[in-house]
Design a protein around this ligand. Structure first.
Ligand code: FAD
Length: 627
């Protein structure tokens, strides 16, 4: 059943031993320039509150923290990330719904470009804009940077709120097709990663490993689906080959949202030609290719599952370009999965450093209430809460542009009445959305766990209806590769339903109420059941339990109805580009092209930044990146 044997040392004896490391991380970051109003950081180190101790407050995101163990000391081995947080004033509250700390002073100022939100899209956009020489300010509602990719700490466990599956983050500058890596290269930053190759799938017909290597992958398809499934897989690979080639030769970094794209794309003559020849297929649904050659039910289920974990949609709705990149990566011959030491906040910290060292600012606890519109164009943002001396609202004025990294729905809510045509507003608000999440963040005893415990596990209770609630569950145990994320002898476990939890089930419940608590227990049951397939006695091992819900997502990620993102089917539409009908208002993030996921959000940030940059600067950046 297994595609390849595990080479790793026992996870129980020494979690994280025998780890393959990527390139060394970037040199220590320069000290951040801290303004009185500036509060810059991400990750657990920045956790601070006036209400609770630093070991507890992040758990407030989850309401009640269930713990059977005392607070643990922070492991000595965890990498310190220099931030400006230490210099930030004490915050008055840990609730991002409340106004930001009043002691932080007047944040009003003028800059070139304001970016609303510090998700991966917003940070990548800001980093590139700063690299292009613009003065940028990122305003983030939360007390952590990173959006879905932020990390938080409870009792010595350093949890990632969202993404944990990354590829193409390692290697020297210019070596990766991952837009996030290209942004990091552009600002002279890097992240050190553990490299590995496998994840485990628990299906109704058995458990198997997926290995990110073309031959091992095919071999596994034969074992699980049989010879006919393999034959059809080979046929699919053949159909995908020209699409892969098109995707490979035309980097996302060359895209801009104005006619200048004719020139930047012109650099990639053969790639452009190749991409042009297959453009219809690339921008259509993956099913247009799959339906030509795949009928085997097991293989169709497998492809649906692959699509679902990428886009939150199945083969019939997922854009083919997204899958072309996946085939490309798997067939590259040097494909690995990268886990950044320190978790997703390591990426966020690197982006923040990249922004700062190019003169930009990231302001946390700075919720934007409204996009300021003057003379029929975006002119800045008005912040919530504080009033500047004299009772003036705090406004950050933008000479050149405002870029919104908030979701398509949330961006509309920031616009004054009549700022954009009613039809555009309605279309944006009507954008279909994927479901939300239920999370279990656990601290567990690692003693005596079997050798070769893998980091990623995917449980599919049924081999169809992957979008159905509670069918697909993701499990991640990052301490397998980075033991410093938990106290000694412990594992950190994150399990979640994958963008298929209906918001409606939770709508109207009061956080902290008995009903909410009961609902958490009820809806977390499938997560526990999935976890028991990986670690049968997990309940007895667990000393810390946090349950996150769609309400948590809505509140802490500032995402409309806690959604994973837009469910825009490639059959009927496409994700929008960076421009909007309101002059000087742009957008980025996973509500924009190319779509959901960390590389895609990074690409959207790149595209927005390129669109704002002069053509010549964009050209020079492509030269500098060796693209
Ligand atoms: C649980 C989970 C697991 C995932 N796993 C993976 C994975 O393994 N691999 C992968 O590639 N992708 C994964 N994804 C998807 C990926 O994380 C997201 O698509 C991506 O991080 C989204 O980035 P973004 O820039 O669109 O914005 P977001 O992360 O949504 O950030 C937007 C930011 O804007 C801020 N904001 C919104 N409104 C305002 C306002 N009015 N004022 C100020 N700030 C505001 C928010 O607070 C937030 O910080 C996962 C997502 C989740 C939720």
């Amino acid at each position: 059943m297994w595609a390849a044997g595990s080479q790793r040392a026992p996870a129980c004896a020494a979690p994280g031993s025998n780890i393959k490391r990527s390139q060394p991380a970037a040199a220590a970051p320069p000290p951040a320039a801290v303004l009185p109003c500036q509060s810059v950081s991400s990750g657990a180190q920045a956790c601070r509150t006036g209400l609770a101790g630093p070991k507890q407050h992040c758990g407030a995101a989850y309401g009640r923290v269930s713990s059977s163990a005392g607070a643990s000391a922070r492991p000595a081995g965890r990498r310190q990330v220099a931030t400006a947080a230490a210099a930030a004033p004490a915050a008055s509250t840990d609730d991002p719904e409340l106004p930001p700390a009043s002691s932080s002073g007047d944040r009003s100022h003028e800059t070139d470009i304001v970016i609303i939100g510090s998700g991966i899209g917003g940070l990548c956009c800001a980093a590139l804009l700063a690299r292009y020489g613009y003065r940028v300010t990122v305003v983030e509602s939360h007390y952590h940077a990173g959006g879905a990719a932020h990390s938080f700490e409870v009792q010595g466990f350093h949890f990632d709120a969202g993404p944990s599956f990354f590829a193409g983050l390692s290697g020297p500058p210019g070596s990766s097709t991952n837009p996030l890596k290209q942004v990091l290269d552009a600002v002279g930053e890097s992240v050190e990663c553990a490299q590995y190759k496998k994840w485990v799938v628990y299906s109704p017909s058995g458990t198997f490993e997926c290995v990110c290597d073309a031959e091992a992958y095919a071999d596994n398809i034969r074992r699980m689906g049989g010879e006919e499934a393999l034959r059809q897989w080979r046929a699919l690979e053949e159909r995908m080959a020209p699409l892969q080639a098109g995707a490979a030769l035309f980097p996302a970094a060359a895209i801009r949202g104005d006619p200048g794209i004719v020139l930047t794309a012109g650099r990639y003559g053969p790639g452009l030609l190749q991409a042009g020849l297959v453009a219809n297929k690339l921008t259509g649904p993956f099913s247009a290719v799959v339906d030509e050659v795949v009928t085997d039910p097991w293989l169709r289920g497998f492809l649906d599952l692959e699509c679902f974990i990428l886009s939150g949609m199945t083969v019939k709705d997922t854009i083919c370009a997204e899958m072309a990149y996946m085939f490309l990566e798997r067939n590259s011959g040097h494909s690995t999965i990268d886990f950044p030491f320190g978790g997703s906040s390591t990426i966020v910290d690197a982006l923040v450093r990249g922004i700062q060292k190019h003169g930009g600012r990231v302001l946390l606890r700075s919720h934007v209430d409204e996009i300021v519109v003057e003379g029929s164009r975006a002119a800045g943002v008005r912040l919530r809460g504080n009033r500047a001396p004299g009772g003036r609202p705090e406004v950050i004025r933008a000479r050149k542009a405002v870029v919104s990294n908030a979701s398509v729905w949330d961006t509309q809510r920031l616009l004054p009445e009549g700022a954009v045509p009613a039809s555009f507003r309605q279309q944006s608000l009507d954008t279909p959305r994927t479901g939300s999440f239920v999370h279990l963040h656990l601290g567990v005893d690692a003693t005596g766990l079997p050798q070769g415990l893998e980091m990623h596990h995917l449980v599919a209770n049924r081999w169809s209806d992957f979008e159905a609630p509670q069918n697909v569950i993701n499990i991640c145990i990052p301490t397998v590769y980075d033991p410093s994320l938990a106290p000694p002898g412990k594992h950190l476990v994150h399990a979640y339903t994958a963008g298929n939890e209906p918001y409606e089930v939770w709508e109207g419940l009061q956080r902290g109420s008995k009903e909410y608590q009961a609902m958490k227990e009820e809806r977390a049951k499938p997560l526990w059941a999935a976890l028991e397939r990986v670690i049968p006695d997990i309940r007895e091992r667990t000393s810390l339990t946090l349950v996150g819900t769609p309400l948590t997502h809505e509140r802490f990620l500032r995402r409309y109805k806690g959604t994973y993102g837009p469910a825009i089917s490639a059959r009927t539409g496409s994700f929008p580009g960076p421009s909007t009908p309101l002059p000087r208002l742009y957008r980025c993030g996973d509500s924009c092209q190319p779509g959901i996921g960390v590389p895609a959000a990074a690409a959207s940030g790149m595209i927005a930044a390129n669109t704002l940059a002069p053509l010549w600067s964009h050209w020079q950046l492509l030269d500098a990146l060796g693209l």
